[in-house]
Design a protein around this ligand. Structure first.
Ligand SMILES: [Zn+2]
Length: 96
């Protein structure tokens, strides 16, 4: 984690090549934490996770940059992989 952009919680399935389906964002509590989590399944689904540097994730998955912006604003973003960078968002009831 030398990029210094903060760590992202990433579903290990994504690291194995699964598409990113959801991004969630919580206010970071630590300096090393970006606040983001990436999931290959629906939000709140259980997943084995790993910590990956945010800059590396964006380098590997530039298509999710918009989803990250959406998640930062709304708490969560659902990635529509069929539509490329298109995303829809919904507001997490527990973060408003
Ligand atoms: Zn990195």
């Amino acid at each position: 984690m030398s990029h210094g952009a903060g760590a992202v919680i990433v579903d290990r399935a994504i690291l194995r090549g699964a598409p990113i389906r959801a991004v969630s964002y919580l206010q970071p509590e630590h300096e090393w934490d970006s606040g983001f989590a990436l999931l290959s399944g629906p939000p709140d689904s259980a997943a084995e996770t790993a910590l990956v540097c945010l800059q590396c994730i964006i380098d590997d998955h530039p298509e999710i940059a918009h989803g990250l912006d959406q998640a930062r604003q709304h708490g969560e973003a659902i990635i529509d992989n069929a539509g490329g960078s298109a995303t829809t968002t919904r507001i997490r009831p527990d973060t408003v």
